[in-house]
Design a binder for this molecule. Structure first.
Ligand code: F6P
Length: 531
């Protein structure tokens, strides 16, 4: 467990980094390359089928060594061991954090506990295989005896974002006759317009909710149940073959009326935003088949093993985390942009927003004290080249510094050589332009590009299930490393509770419309009078 006196600010490395930062305004990335012909190869590495180039950063050798020292002087290594061993590192909820166990193989287990856990996971994944195989081969029939053509996953947050990202990223492998749809928002327009397009006889709903208590998911489920009842004349449609529950709270799913053999369980030690690897991933397995789903898990496992075993200086998640800490804590940047040059990864920034911001958007240390340094950055992004024609102007010539992660696949089976060459050419040109900048022609200051703008570039050989698994696990571990250094609990999410509670109170008080601040009461009144 973490040393009670630990604070990253108290380490020698932090102090050294503060003095490095004082000199950083003189640092030129271009000059770092000029002074070191090996920089590109030194500041790049392969892991888990991914290639990371982090040489285009405002980080010289001395700063880099200080960042590595920071990691060494932090509880990272013992915290990592505690996570993999299943200790309750999510202290505010007294829970282990074991999403890595969802992709572990029997040979990774060293203790009886670990062997039992792997056996349980394999059993739960076997259920995912059985159900997804039956749906995919037309053997799972709806109430009128027809095979399934459409699956609607109802879930929100981690019960939506991961499966939705994986299904859209891996559309190359999707089933030719089964479409998967995602409904998350409590905005009725989403579910109503989704259902309107579907035939209830051939539609299956997966109710994905770790807790089976989430307001949005339960209201959307109710609407779906009514739709089946109205269109097919079913009674208690949730008991029919049109519903499957994916949850860590089987008791709630049973109480909701789902049949026991239509509930696919996962363990409580799987955090919501880390759950795509569990039965929450059923929609992925239906879409791309269980074999490809297993490839996704095996890519993540490869990154787990790399994270566990590689020395710090060659450890991709640790490297990405340290680069981020340098900008957030020492160069005062507030956001990071993730720009995939791959339209099928369009949802990656949204996925990473939950992963990073729900995990590390904290200001209380593991010791229960307020932090006196910045924690998680604001993460945002969009696909390239689309972003180039929207917000890149600000990135090139605005007043703010935004470190960027560029991501692309070197080959693309769904594109063609001409498109792919232009796509990747644009990405490389952008990262080079951000770094080098350009002087303004005489009297045309508006054409000045300051340059010296940092970026990482991550290359996948191709957008396969295995590489996607490794990519997602890379960011999971990056977030973990940062949380360990910042000494915060990356695995709870108390910040979302207050808003949930106040929404419930506000909805309960609909009749009286009182008890809130004057602004909220006025808005409430305006809505009531105009709806
Ligand atoms: O409110 C935040 C959150 O708890 C996320 O962490 C989670 O992914 C999401 O809600 C959905 O929760 P559940 O899967 O329990 O419905």
């Amino acid at each position: 467990m973490i040393d009670k006196d630990y604070s990253p600010r108290k380490t020698d490395a932090w102090r050294q980094l503060e003095s490095e930062a004082e000199r950083a305004h003189q640092c030129s990335i271009v000059e770092l390359f000029d002074g070191d012909s090996t920089r590109a190869s030194t500041f790049s590495l392969n892991a888990g089928g991914l290639f990371l180039d982090y040489s285009k950063n405002l980080i010289g050798n001395q700063t880099w060594q200080a960042l590595l020292n920071l990691a060494e002087q932090s509880p990272l290594i013992s915290h990592r061991a505690a996570m993999f061993a299943g200790q309750a590192i999510n202290t505010t909820e007294n829970r282990a954090v074991l999403h890595t166990a969802l992709r572990a193989e029997p040979e990774d287990a060293n203790t009886d506990d670990e062997r039992q856990r792997t056996a349980l996971v394999k059993q739960q994944l076997q259920a995912v295989k059985n159900v997804s195989d039956r749906i995919r081969c037309g053997d799972w029939l709806g109430s009128t005896g027809k095979a399934i053509t459409d699956v609607v996953n109802i879930g929100i947050g981690g019960s939506d974002l991961g499966p939705k990202l994986a299904c859209s990223a891996l559309e190359e492998f999707s089933h030719p006759h089964i479409q998967v749809h995602f409904v998350a928002n409590v905005d009725g327009a989403e579910i109503l317009s989704t259902l309107k397009k579907l035939n209830p006889e051939t539609t299956l709903v997966t109710l994905a909710s770790k807790t089976f208590t989430t307001q949005e998911t339960l209201l959307n489920a109710k609407t779906a149940i009514h739709w089946f009842e109205k269109t097919l004349g079913l009674k208690d449609a949730q008991t029919s073959r049109h519903f499957i529950g994916l949850t860590a709270n089987t008791a709630n799913a049973l109480a909701y009326g789902l049949p026991a053999d239509q509930i696919l369980e996962f363990a409580e030690w799987v955090g919501g935003r880390y759950s795509l690897w569990s039965s929450i991933g059923l929609s992925i397995a239906i879409s791309i088949g269980f074999e490809q789903f297993s490839n996704l898990l095996s890519g993540a496992r490869e990154m787990d093993l790399h994270f566990k075993q590689a020395p710090m200086a060659q450890n991709m998640p640790i490297i990405l985390a340290l680069v981020g800490i340098w900008y957030s804590n020492f160069l005062d940047t507030e956001t990071i942009a993730v720009i995939p040059y791959c339209e099928r990864l369009l949802l990656l920034p949204a996925y990473l927003q939950q992963l990073d911001m729900e995990s590390n958007g904290k200001s209380t240390t593991m010791n229960g004290q307020p932090v006196d340094y910045h924690t998680g950055p604001i993460l945002w992004g969009q696909s390239g080249t689309n972003g180039q024609h929207a917000f890149f102007q600000l990135l090139h010539q605005g007043t703010r510094q935004v470190p960027i992660d560029f991501i692309a696949a070197t080959k693309d089976g769904l594109s063609n050589p001409e498109h792919h060459r232009v796509l990747l050419g644009n990405m490389l040109a952008q990262s080079a332009a951000f770094m080098t900048g350009q002087a303004a022609p005489e009297g045309q200051q508006h054409r000045y590009y300051a340059g010296n703008k940092p970026s990482n570039t991550l290359l996948l050989n191709e957008l396969s299930a295995k590489n996607l698994g490794a990519l997602i696990a890379l960011y999971e571990h990056k977030v973990f490393v940062q949380g360990s250094i910042w000494n915060i609990n990356s695995f709870d999410q108390w910040g979302v509770e207050l808003g949930k509670k106040m929404a419930t109170e506000l909805l309960d008080q609909q009749a009286t419309k009182s008890g809130f601040d004057p602004s909220t009461e006025l808005l409430f009144k305006h809505i009531a009078e105009n709806s």
